[in-house]
Design a protein around this ligand. Structure first.
Ligand code: ZN
Length: 266
């Protein structure tokens, strides 16, 4: 199942996304927020609506996390391109929820940064409360679905500050969406592609993860309770680079749609 979050009149709702007349369309309004279910998407109550093409709907980020947990350096070639050693365990950092941005909305480059980079990533949405998993726990049962994330970064401030809260935390620095899907399998391999102005800049596959999702989620849940709706950014493939005002970044996770955001100066 796939869902989005969108405005219907003036109110934000979650909506079921299906192929309709050859296009991706919102066909039903969900009556329960997906993160408030029991971790299964199939049983959510919904009601019919006039199908609305996803591309013409006013979309929001399809998540309402209590926190956004990110993994740095989870692809070999990306660690190499930044001149880093391969990490021995997942490197974690947080982005504030105030950095979330919907599909189609503008990413604002702050004046105090001279270099802002896109980072296309697979996003994981948590479906069930998750803390200190035992070895026999199946991590998949705690995952609601997957989406696209742009872990937008002020690279110069990241290097200058030594830690990353400011560089990764500006408002608009966490575009997410357009949909959440439970129909893909990152363990089997899912392509993650980033384009700038239509040109491919990153082309990775979740098969190339240094740490697979079960290792990442167990590692995070040793530290903090993951709540339903929490969002995990799983790291970016090689090919990160700067963008400037007027550029358009598109991140595609196969099966989770394309997340498109223009860049503007603040
Ligand atoms: Zn990242």
């Amino acid at each position: 199942m796939r869902y989005c979050r969108f405005y219907l009149d003036r109110d934000a709702h979650y909506g079921l996304v299906e192929s309709f007349a050859g296009k991706e369309a919102i066909t039903r309004v969900l009556l329960t927020a997906p993160e408030e279910g029991d971790g299964e998407l199939e049983d959510l109550p919904s009601k019919r609506m006039d199908p609305t093409a996803l591309e013409t709907a006013r979309l929001l980020a399809p998540v309402r996390p209590s926190k956004i947990v990110c993994v740095g350096r989870n692809y070999r070639e990306h660690a190499a391109e930044l001149g880093h050693e391969l990490p021995a365990e997942p490197l974690l950092f947080l982005k504030p929820t105030s950095s979330l941005l919907g599909p189609g909305e503008n990413i604002r480059r702050p004046k105090i940064s001279q270099r802002t980079d896109y980072e296309g990533e697979l996003g994981v949405v948590i479906g069930k409360t998750c803390y200190k998993l035992s070895p026999e726990d199946d991590v998949r049962a705690y995952i609601l679905g997957y989406t696209c994330i742009n872990d937008f970064t002020a690279r110069d401030l990241q290097n200058k500050d030594g830690q990353w809260s400011r560089a990764k935390g500006f408002d608009t620095f966490c575009p997410a969406g357009p949909v959440v899907t439970d129909e893909i399998d990152p363990w089997a391999g899912v392509p993650v592609v980033t384009k700038v102005n239509g040109e491919v800049r990153q082309s990775g596959n979740t098969r190339e993860f240094i740490f697979p999702l079960d290792v990442i989620i167990r590692h995070i849940a040793e530290v903090m309770t993951l709540h339903p709706g929490d969002l995990i950014a799983t790291g970016t493939p090689q090919g990160v680079g700067p963008v400037v005002a007027g550029d358009v970044v598109e991140i595609t996770v196969d099966g989770a749609g394309t997340l498109r955001n223009p860049i503007v100066d603040e």
